[in-house]
Design a protein around this ligand. Structure first.
Ligand code: NAI
Length: 327
């Protein structure tokens, strides 16, 4: 049988953690033949560590055959030791009266420290997924704080936006979600993201032609996907957790195990593709194989798409500028 791999999860006692850990331990992320050791990280606070112990008791009580070990940590230096996969879920939420700049600064501090700890302690091939918001900028900060690791191994989660877009298109066309190919989401994980179905197909037919309604695209589809997080908070009184955990599983599984030519969306550092400046952590269509992703290149960008891409890029660059002095 395979040698266990080490999976670190931060914010492990939070809502997303609770929807995520059991699925990782059951083999849904890395395969039903891959044993895992969970390295669970929470803030050192007594209450958080106690809650984490409770989650670990439940993990034990599942008797998962693939769970080869489990550790609780209060610091990233120990939590990230030799880790092969790191899911950075914990982040500082926006408190009452907190300005955007304060939020960026608080998270810059967390992700600088975590990037440095990964740089020092993690496996040299560690694959990092940042879920905690602002996810793209937090991933950018962690990448910049880990100069000895491969920059392309730092990624941000756009997969929830991608999956939300898939479901909206399935509902609009009346076709099963699994039949939709070649959808992508460009840019920032925020309401400015640009979900793009111009290249999407269902049974070989163009989704754009099937829908044939640019007003729906602009006035219904994009706002629905973009504001879905807020709609869930409004309905549930809590932010998306199970769907976010599911997207994290999808992102890591596809990165590790391959997409067989299918497109998925990942937030990854640009190498200059589509005029996005180098290192901007941007949602792109990618395919993956052998543990590596490749940005899908050469897609035509029309005027409307360019406008959308420019808007989400400008927002991301604004966030980056806001943390520049902290790096
Ligand atoms: P939560 O508040 O339930 O849990 C977060 C946990 O992280 C808490 O237990 C907290 O103690 C812990 N934490 C905070 N700072 C930490 C640090 N420095 N090290 C280790 N642990 C730390 O929040 P929830 O609902 O689990 O969401 C987590 C994050 O994911 C939030 O930032 C949220 O905005 C984000 N999110 C991102 C999505 C995406 O699509 N990228 C979708 C949904 C949520």
């Amino acid at each position: 049988s395979k040698k266990p791999v080490r999976v670190a999860v931060t914010g492990a006692a939070g809502q997303i953690g609770y929807a995520l850990l059991f699925r990782i331990a059951s083999g849904e992320m890395l395969g039903k033949d891959q044993p895992v050791i969970l390295q669970l990280l929470e803030i050192p606070d007594e209450k958080a560590q106690k809650a984490l112990k409770g989650v670990m008791m439940e993990l034990e009580d599942c008797a998962f055959p693939l769970l080869a070990g489990m550790e609780a940590h209060g610091s990233p230096e120990t939590g990230f030791k030799d880790t092969d996969y790191a899911l950075l879920v914990g982040a500082r939420p926006r408190g009452p009266g907190m300005e955007r700049a304060d939020l960026l600064a608080a998270n810059a501090q967390i992700f600088t420290a975590q990037g440095k700890a990964l740089d020092k302690a993690a496996s040299r091939d560690v694959k990092v997924l940042v879920v905690g918001n602002p996810a793209n900028t937090n991933a950018y900060i962690a990448m910049k704080s880990a100069p000895s690791l491969k920059r392309e191994n730092f990624t941000a989660m756009l997969r929830l936006d991608h999956n939300r877009a898939l479901s909206q298109i399935a509902a609009k066309t009346g076709k099963p979600v699994a039949s939709i190919k070649s959808l992508c989401v460009w840019g920032n994980h925020s309401p400015t993201m640009y979900a793009d179905y111009r290249f999407a197909t269902i049974d070989g037919k163009s989704v754009k032609d099937m829908i044939n309604d640019q007003v729906w695209n602009k006035d219904v589809f994009l706002p629905t996907v973009g504001k879905r997080g807020a709609a869930i908070i409004e309905a549930r009184g809590l932010s998306s957790a199970a769907s976010a955990a599911n997207a994290a599983i999808d992102h890591m599984r596809d990165w590790a195990l391959g997409t067989k030519g299918e497109w998925v969306t990942m937030g990854v550092p640009s190498n200059g593709e589509y005029g996005i400046p180098k290192d901007v952590m941007f949602g792109f269509p990618v395919t993956t194989e052998g543990g590596q992703y490749k940005i899908v290149e050469g897609l035509p960008i029309d005027a409307f798409s360019q406008e959308c891409i420019n808007k989400t890029l400008a927002e991301l660059q604004g966030e980056q500028d806001g943390v520049k002095h902290l790096l």
